[in-house]
Design a protein around this ligand. Structure first.
Ligand SMILES: *Cc1c(COP(=O)(O)O)cnc(C)c1O
Length: 652
């Protein structure tokens, strides 16, 4: 598998924080920056959720949710969804559009749609539709199953259902079914031939379609999804094709079916300048088409509003340099300005923000069940000199004695060289196993001391600082990043990670995280810090008590794209609502249990029943041979079947 590790020498210098307080936790983990006001730390050091972001609004302590999970015997890892955050995000986007439209004296209205590919889970879509109802907020579908869902979920006659993606005749027919029911279903033409098919089918059915035209605009985004825009984009019509489409529709007297102009330049757009450029270009095309006789009513700016995963508020790929309000203001004011200059009416505005709506509402909570320490065994191993010891070992011991504040770089170079030579010597049979162990033990002791010295030296060279990250502890987390955070692996996305308790205590260990898949890529070693990405994250020393960390902002794409690598299945899931009567209380509205092993195996064509029977037969045979006692045979059979029926993750 691929390795995407980006090396940085940055690390959190914990030595510079003498008196830890919860405000240091906020700095180290950047909670208020990525959290957008939804997360805070209690006096006791627990992470809390403020789902409405209002002054005297509800506050939910995450550790109380965990208490309730333990009482109910719900195992980790678990996805926790805050429905109230979803509602807040939907309301906020719609209210921002409304207020800026009013402020700008813009004469169109806002008809946003939620692209369900970002998180198709029924409860999520239901919550969004419900919260959006007062604003006629609709849905966007990009495939046949998504349209099936959207048609069933979005029954509001005043909101839009926008259909993107490549379409076959069934998909087009489904869209027209929506129109037959009096819904505003708009088919966005991505490919010229779709228009011809759509007109033919609508003729057969006897219902007029509502048509959108998606343009390949020239403005390109930077960031990880840049290829959604530009001449070589997968979707959309060229300017020539758009003109041809308008001409064709006029020729059959159906130009009034052209309702919407659409473009989408990619996801997680880091730089507001790109957004300004695309609105400008899009608005000009809209205006010219209007004058060509396509009296389009909707101007659809697609998705792409990013979120501040790494807290930096910069144009780095895991961040954005704008707020929702900046974005909305640009859409409204630039569109207005171009329309006024071109003397065409202000269209209604449609946007398809998915990530920005859903990212914050869910997180994954997991227990840390152990640590791998580099050079851990070095404390007690006997490295005393023996007679006729190999010279390489003696030299390494001398280096331990020589090491001081001034020469640590030289000692590091020499020790590293010695260690390399020792491997050759071992291969030639000159070094014994015991000698190799001694030499390596001495080497790691040296490295540990060098890291300590370098931490105090503000001019420490990069190579030595990198050593600090390389020697970090690996904390083992009960989860699979391929299931729960695929973008951290696939595209190097940073997600906020932090302990959800003990935030009033100073973390002392610099760590990377490893998951429980058997894949060396199953790790997290790219974290946010106040100054940009770092390869390690400060965590607390493991004491044997439960230690819980959360991966945050997993609500967009992560939740839904995860796969069953190593047969780790979907997670237990809790749906949390605020209690209207008590601002510090919450209730678990629903628990959706994750996959058990047999479900994951059955999806891969295994037959768990046959598997259990085969195992039972094998055990019985051993019983007959007298190798296993009958009573034990029964226990073993039950044990195997029990494992088949249990959660795929590690049991505590
Ligand atoms: C994926 C997609 C979206 C959603 O993009 P976000 O970046 O999540 O807002 C919107 N529209 C189209 C056409 C898409 O393909």
């Amino acid at each position: 598998m691929k390795t995407t590790s980006s090396q940085s020498t940055r690390f959190h210098n914990l030595d510079t924080i003498p008196n830890w307080s919860i405000s240091d936790a906020n700095d180290i983990y950047q909670i208020s920056r990525w959290g957008e006001g939804y997360f805070s730390v209690s006096e006791k050091g627990d992470l809390c959720v403020n789902p409405t972001r209002t002054e005297n609004g509800p506050v939910i302590n995450m550790m109380e949710i965990l208490e309730e999970m333990k009482n109910k015997n719900i195992a980790f890892p678990a996805v926790i969804r805050f429905h109230d955050i979803l509602r807040s995000q939907v309301t906020n986007l719609n209210k921002t559009f409304r207020s800026l439209i009013e402020e700008a004296k813009f004469t169109g209205s806002y008809f946003g749609v939620y692209p369900i590919k970002v998180n198709q889970m029924r409860e999520v879509v239901e919550e969004i539709v419900d919260a959006g109802a007062p604003f006629n907020y609709g849905l966007e579908a990009g495939s046949k199953p998504e349209l099936l869902a959207a048609l069933a979920m979005n029954t509001n006659q005043n909101s839009l259902t926008v259909v993107n993606g490549y379409k076959d005749r069934d998909l087009l027919r489904l869209a027209l079914l929506g129109n037959q029911l009096g819904r505003k279903v708009i088919v966005v033409v991505e490919k010229y031939t779709e228009l011809l098919d759509l007109m033919e089918i609508s003729q057969e059915v006897g219902v007029e379609p509502m048509i959108g035209l998606r343009a390949k605009i020239a403005t390109k985004s930077s960031g990880k999804w840049a290829s959604s825009g530009g001449d070589y984009a997968k979707f959309g019509l060229t300017i020539t094709e758009i003109l041809q489409a308008v001409k064709y529709m006029k020729s059959i007297n159906k130009e009034h079916c052209l309702k919407l102009f659409h473009f989408h330049i990619g996801s997680q757009i880091p730089d507001i300048k790109t957004i300004k450029d695309s609105i400008n270009e899009g608005a000009r095309i809209y205006a010219k088409l209007y004058k060509e006789g396509a009296k389009l009513e909707f101007f659809d700016v697609g998705g792409g509003v990013g979120v501040n995963y790494d807290g930096t508020r910069s144009n780095s790929p895991s961040s954005i340099n704008y707020t929702t309000k900046d974005y909305v203001a640009d859409v409204v004011y630039i569109l207005k300005q171009v329309c006024d200059l071109e003397d065409v009416p202000h269209p209604n505005i449609v946007s398809e923000s998915g990530r920005a709506i859903t990212a914050h509402h869910s997180c994954v909570i997991t227990n840390v069940f152990g640590a791998l320490e580099i050079g851990a065994a070095t404390e007690n191993f006997n490295t005393d000199k023996v007679v006729s010891e190999n010279i390489l070992v003696s030299n390494m011991r001398e280096l331990t004695n020589d090491l001081n504040d001034k020469n640590y770089q030289d000692v590091y170079n020499d020790a590293t060289k010695l260690k390399e030579e020792s491997i050759s010597a071992f291969k030639f049979g000159i070094l014994s196993l015991d000698e190799r162990a001694k030499l390596e033990t001495l080497y790691w002791r040296i490295c540990k001391r060098i890291v300590e010295i370098a931490s105090r030296d503000e001019y420490a060279p990069d190579e030595i600082l990198a050593l600090k990250n390389q020697m970090a502890h690996q904390y083992m987390c009960n989860l699979s990043i391929f299931q729960s955070a695929p973008d951290t692996w696939a595209i190097g996305q940073i997600l906020p990670v932090l302990p959800i308790h003990k935030l009033n205590e100073k973390p002392t260990e610099l760590c990377t995280l490893v998951d429980i898949t058997c894949d060396s890529d199953g790790k997290l070693d790219n974290f946010l810090s106040a100054d940009g990405p770092a390869n390690t994250i400060p965590l607390h020393k493991l004491t044997g008590e439960d230690y819980y960390i959360g991966l945050f902002m997993t609500g967009a794409y992560q939740d839904i794209m995860g796969d069953n690598h190593n047969c780790f299945g979907r997670l237990n899931e809790l749906h949390i609502f605020c209690d209207d009567d008590d601002p510090t209380d919450f209730y678990i509205e629903e628990v959706i249990y994750g996959n058990v092993a047999s479900t994951v195996l059955a999806s891969l064509q295994y037959n768990p029943l046959t598997m259990a029977q085969t195992m039972k037969a094998n055990i019985d045979t051993q019983v007959k041979r007298g190798k296993i006692r009958p009573r034990e045979g029964v226990t073993l059979t039950d044990f195997y079947e029990g494992c088949l029926m249990s959660y795929t993750y590690l049991k505590k």
